[in-house]
Design a protein around this ligand. Structure first.
Ligand SMILES: C[S@@+](CC[C@H](N)C(=O)[O-])C[C@H]1O[C@@H](n2cnc3c(N)ncnc32)[C@H](O)[C@@H]1O
Length: 192
């Protein structure tokens, strides 16, 4: 069953930081394994981005994959999420590989190009998805990929198809739909 939002504000809505503990907790690694899920897209030395990083479950996994010469740009509109993410990254000993970026609700604000972008369980919180995907397309380096996963619990199949159509209308090409537990997924590349 999908629980649909009753209304959208211009800037979307956000998952409060305390609610993130309901899914980002020690048992999460039983069903979401960053290495297995993102291994095909991230190599050592790459610069990658985790948008809507929350408390950093995937940012930390991505930093381990990117290695000492790589970088993860972890972006969130909530400073509290970034603070918790950085605390966890320090504990994991990889904080120097992560650059935390506090964005505006409607502007990612990253100017450098990245080779891979993850949007995990966050696009349904974005107010203007068309503008959001246009921004992702301009940040993605040539040949790079975007993996979007949306929670089946909150996003019905019909709404997910609408989101895919919006992304495609901004010039992204749907190139796959890898299996992600409890999620709809879509892999995009730039139409070149
Ligand atoms: C449900 S949480 C998922 C967090 C993380 N991706 C994970 O899987 O653990 C959604 C996150 O997206 C962030 N978010 C929502 N809209 C955003 C936007 N427009 N720009 C950046 N972050 C956003 C929220 O602040 C929240 O931290």
């Amino acid at each position: 069953m999908a629980f649909r939002k009753a209304s959208f504000s211009k800037n979307g809505h956000v998952c409060p930081w305390w609610l993130a503990y309901t899914f980002d907790n020690p048992i999460r690694k039983l069903f979401h394994q960053p290495q297995k899920m993102l291994g095909p897209y991230i190599r050592e030395g790459m610069t990658v981005m985790d948008v809507g990083c929350g408390m950093g479950f995937f940012s930390i996994g991505m930093a381990k994959m990117a290695g000492d010469n790589g970088k993860v740009i972890a972006v969130d509109r909530q400073q509290k999420m970034l603070d918790i993410m950085l605390k966890r990254a320090k504990r994991a000993g990889i904080a120097e590989r992560i650059s935390a970026h506090h964005c505006e609700p409607d502007k990612i604000g990253i100017l450098e190009k990245v080779g891979f972008i993850l949007t995990f369980w966050m696009v349904h919180e974005v107010g203007n998805q068309k503008d959001f995907f246009s921004q992702l397309g301009s940040i993605l380096a040539s040949g790079g990929k975007i993996l979007m996963a949306e929670p089946k619990m909150h996003v019905c199949a019909e709404d997910f198809q609408k989101t895919i159509a919006i992304a495609r209308a901004t010039g992204l090409r749907l190139s796959g739909q890898p299996a992600v537990r409890f999620s709809h997924s879509a892999l995009f590349e730039i139409n070149e």
